[in-house]
Design a binder for this molecule. Structure first.
Ligand code: PRP
Length: 182
């Protein structure tokens, strides 16, 4: 296979395609086993960053599931929300009485997931859990429960596999750290 050159702004690859794929396999197997008894769940992807992770995860699940999405807006760039999060697109279907699994690409300060958990809890789902591909523990401002975690990463700006910088680099197949002087 031809290895494509890294974009100029990329410092190094943190997680290559194969490493991500293996971990997504493991997460899907664990989720499928955990929900086998209830037999259904709804994955709620947080746009935009989660779209590739959710696509890969959902196609590996062996338990019956629906897919839905929400979109949020925060003031300022990622990690500088100051906790101000707003729902700008809600799920298509109601969540009441359902087994809800929130699917996020990255957990940074925690403000987004904390807001979502509070918002969704009020809708009285049967169960509510979280699945997060990447976590930056050093950045946390508010503690949130993560039921399924892909990887812990250091406090560097990452792109690829759904994650962006100024809406670029989302479709890189790996997760890479950006150069500081990008
Ligand atoms: C990212 C990510 C989470 C949020 C996490 O979204 O997808 O939703 O930041 O950050 P927090 O833990 O500090 O709240 P972003 O705002 O980059 O939007 P995008 O997914 O549309 O790129």
């Amino acid at each position: 296979m031809n290895a494509r050159p890294l974009p100029k702004a990329v410092e190094r690859v943190l997680l290559d395609e194969e490493t991500i794929s293996r971990r997504v396999d493991e997460l899907a197997a664990q989720i499928s086993a955990d929900y086998a008894a209830v037999g259904e769940l709804v994955l709620v992807g947080v746009l935009k960053g989660s779209f590739i992770f959710l696509a890969d995860l959902s196609r590996r699940l062996t338990v019956s599931h629906a897919v839905d999405f929400i979109a949020l807006s925060s003031y300022g760039d990622r990690g500088e929300t100051g906790g101000a999060v707003r729902l700008i697109m809600d799920t298509r279907a109601p969540l009441t009485g359902r087994n809800v699994l929130i699917v996020e690409d990255i957990l940074d300060t925690g403000y987004t997931l904390d807001y979502l958990l509070r918002t969704f809890r009020a809708r009285q789902p049967a169960t509510l859990r979280t699945c997060v591909l990447l976590s930056k523990p050093q950045r946390r401002q508010v503690e949130v429960p993560v039921d399924y975690l892909g990887f812990e990463i250091p406090d560097v700006w990452v792109v690829g596999y759904g994650l962006d910088y100024a809406d670029k680099y989302r479709t890189l197949p790996y997760i890479a750290a950006l150069k500081r002087d990008r």
